[in-house]
Design a protein around this ligand. Structure first.
Ligand SMILES: *Cc1c(COP(=O)(O)O)cnc(C)c1O
Length: 454
């Protein structure tokens, strides 16, 4: 084994601001629409579900937003996060390219989700909120939010997608340890959940359904607000701390990436690492490709349609202009639970449409194979979601070698897979099926919804 190359920043060097890509986007996204009137939304329309500080961030066009001291204090538990050069992976591949990764799994939640959980809990507490409701798929978001809420003295109620609730009991126990209440979704606790169960008592659930349930509860009480772990502009804003740090670390390494890669669920970890690099491209002409990777079984970016759609299955959220498979889409039970969402964030959608970023889809077995290769060389067992980014990084390295043009590749290792051991067990047993959604299945799912085109 070769000596590892770890590039750290001191606390003093940690960026003190998040970066807002809205300031620099050549084409601004279309406005969100009110779910009932279908007219452009007023920020106040969101006041029943989100605190004002987060609504302001959602619509802000300021380029930089200061990170509050209380948030920085908690960030310092685990930030700045390390950036590594994957020397031993490179050696095993025999590649001439250099592969770097930013590791976001080294915190209490095991994923990048802590970066926004801490900020969201802080702003809610500051505005006098007592309880938060949220959804979680694989459980990383629920875990991230549980600890953050507990820290700031807020109660948390988590609707966990039933298939993940059954696949990943460890996540529920972790959330309970941080004093959160966890309910499998669809549940009988809400009207949205009961409606789904009437039609399908064995429903595996979806993030869209869990969001409807969490929002329904939040709307019933002025001291309860709702919180989302991906997709929205303010969530993506908080995640840019990843790329802000990575820029400094690559500079320390004396290197600039040719391509920056992240896996894609709703867009937060990819945007978090990629947007500060996109800023450098837009403002300073620094050439870099931005590549995001989704599962072939949930291919909203590569096969979905760009249109207005709801973020949840019951149609309670604003209509957002995004790439989507339709808000009633129920994805296959693949193990990258965090990538099983029907839609994509508005910012990424617009940037993809305008050609600033690239997207590709991959099958899960190849991604697990890449993840195991990574674990055996670099020593970190990746989250199943992160395996998609690793597989794409390997593709880039192999392509560069074929072309005889070595590249500098940077990817985001969004989390570790210690709570996903059963998925790896299935992979080793050969029990991990590949599933690809066809274009005609996508057309069918979208034909079921009747919404205005963006
Ligand atoms: C939630 C999650 C994802 C997917 O969500 P994004 O918002 O697209 O980042 C990816 N990796 C991990 C480890 C996650 O927890």
């Amino acid at each position: 084994m070769k000596k590892s190359v770890k590039i750290t920043l001191s606390e003093k060097e940690m960026p003190r601001q998040w970066y807002n890509i809205l300031a620099d986007m050549p084409n601004k996204p279309l406005p969100p629409l009110h779910p009932a009137t279908r007219q452009p939304l007023n920020p106040e329309d969101l006041a029943a579900v989100f605190p004002m500080a987060l609504i302001k961030q959602e619509v802000s066009t300021e380029r930089y937003i200061d990170i509050p001291d209380e948030v920085l204090d908690l960030y310092k538990m685990y930030r700045p996060s390390p950036l590594y050069r994957a020397i031993n992976l490179e050696k095993k591949l025999g590649t001439k390219s250099k592969i770097y990764y930013k590791y976001e799994g080294g915190n209490y939640s095991g994923s990048h989700k802590a970066n926004t959980a801490i900020a969201q809990a802080y702003y809610n507490k500051k505005e006098g909120i007592r309880r938060i409701t949220t959804e979680t798929g694989a459980g990383q978001w629920g875990s991230a939010m549980s600890f953050a809420c507990n820290h700031f003295g807020l109660e948390l109620l988590v609707f966990m997608v039933r298939v993940s609730f059954n696949q990943k009991p460890g996540r529920k126990i972790l959330m309970n340890s941080y004093n959160a209440k966890v309910i499998p979704s669809p549940s009988t606790m809400t009207e949205a959940g009961r409606k789904v169960l009437e039609n399908d008592p064995d429903s595996p659930g979806s993030l869209g359904i869990a969001i409807s349930e969490a929002m329904e509860i939040a709307l019933q009480d002025p001291y309860t607000k709702y919180s989302l772990g991906s997709v929205l502009n303010h969530v993506i804003l908080h995640q840019t701390i990843i790329g802000q740090e990575a820029l400094l670390q690559m500079e320390k390494a004396g290197e600039y990436p040719d391509v920056v890669i992240g896996c894609f669920g709703g867009g937060s970890n990819f945007s978090g690492i990629a947007f500060p690099f996109l800023r450098e491209r837009l403002l300073n002409g620094k050439n870099v490709r931005l590549l995001t990777v989704e599962p072939a079984s949930c291919p909203k970016l590569t096969k979905g349609k760009f249109m207005y759609d709801f973020g949840d299955s019951a149609g309670m959220t604003p209509l957002l202009p995004m790439y989507t498979l339709g808000h009633n889409f129920i994805p296959e039970k693949i193990h990258a639970g965090g990538l099983r969402y029907h839609g994509a964030g508005v910012l990424v959608s617009q940037l993809l449409k305008d050609g600033f970023i690239e997207a590709k889809a991959k099958l899960q077995r190849e991604c697990f194979e890449a993840g195991v290769l990574f674990a055996s060389t670099e020593g970190i067992l990746p989250a199943p979601e992160s395996n998609y980014a690793i597989a794409a990084a390997l593709d880039e390295a192999r392509k560069a070698d074929l072309e005889g043009q070595p590249k500098v590749i940077l990817f985001n290792l969004s989390g570790h897979g210690h709570m996903d051991i059963s998925a790896y067990e299935k992979y080793f047993e050969g029990n991990l099926p590949d599933h690809e959604l066809t274009q005609s299945e996508v057309e069918e799912a979208i034909a079921k919804i009747d919404l205005p085109m963006a």
